[in-house]
Structure formats: structure tokens, C-alpha cells
Design a protein around this ligand. Structure first.
Ligand SMILES: C=C(O[C@@H]1C=C(C(=O)O)C=C[C@H]1O)C(=O)O
Length: 110
């Protein structure tokens, strides 16, 4: 998917840029303006996701440290299964992959 986006050659018909100078994939100015506005919201969402991702992984590592310092286990697999299932129910098979990546980020270096 990423390769498709990167490899697509820019032609005369797709040479338009938005107000920030980013290629929009269209030479139509109205469409380019709309795309620019939507991209601002997309960028804000991406930043929120990054911030939440980092906050979650720090919290998860904190739980792991607290539990191990008290003689407990590093992981609780039943809780992890619940989380994977929550994401799968909400997002389908991609949700499973997202949850597994989230849990991996929370483990930190093993
Ligand atoms: C954060 C915890 O520790 C571990 C990490 C989890 C997570 O990242 O959500 C879930 C279960 C545990 O394996 C927890 O028990 O809540």
C-alpha cells in the first residue's frame, strides 16, 4: 500500500499542490483547497494518535514495573486477550493487528 502511494508518478493532471506546498494529486484548485482543509484535520488526528500511543505505552510499562517490583508477573495474558478482542470487535481483523502492536509497544525492551 505504501509502495503504491510512493511509486505513483506525478503527471500534469496530478501536479496541483495545496496551500502548504504539498502535492494534492489533483490540478483542480477547489478540490486542492478542500483536500488541504481535510489534511489539517488528518494531521491533528495523527498527532493525537501519536501522543496517545506514547502515553499508553509509558503507562503500560509503569504497570509492568510496579507489578514486577511487587513480585508479580510482567504480563497478564487474560487482560491482553480482552484488549485484543475489544479492538477486533471494533475494527475487525485490522483491530487485532493494532492491538498486538499496542501491547508490544507497552512491553518495552524485553
Ligand atoms: C498494563 C498492564 O500490563 C500488561 C500490559 C497490558 C497493556 O499494555 O494493556 C495488558 C496486560 C499486561 O500484560 C496491565 O496489566 O494492565
Amino acid at each position: 500500500m505504501t509502495a503504491d502511494l510512493i511509486d505513483q508518478p506525478e503527471t500534469a493532471a496530478t501536479a496541483g499542490h495545496d496551500a502548504a506546498g504539498q502535492p494534492t494529486g489533483t490540478s483542480d484548485q477547489l478540490a486542492a483547497d478542500e483536500i488541504h482543509a481535510i489534511r489539517e484535520r488528518i494531521d491533528a488526528i495523527d498527532q493525537a494518535l501519536i501522543d496517545l500511543w506514547l502515553e499508553r505505552s509509558h503507562l503500560s510499562q509503569q504497570v509492568g514495573r510496579t507489578r514486577m517490583a511487587s513480585g508479580g508477573t510482567r504480563l497478564v495474558l487474560s487482560r491482553e486477550r480482552e484488549i485484543v478482542e475489544r479492538f477486533r470487535e471494533a475494527l475487525g481483523p485490522d483491530g487485532t493487528q493494532v492491538a498486538l502492536l499496542l501491547l508490544r509497544a507497552g512491553r518495552g525492551p524485553l
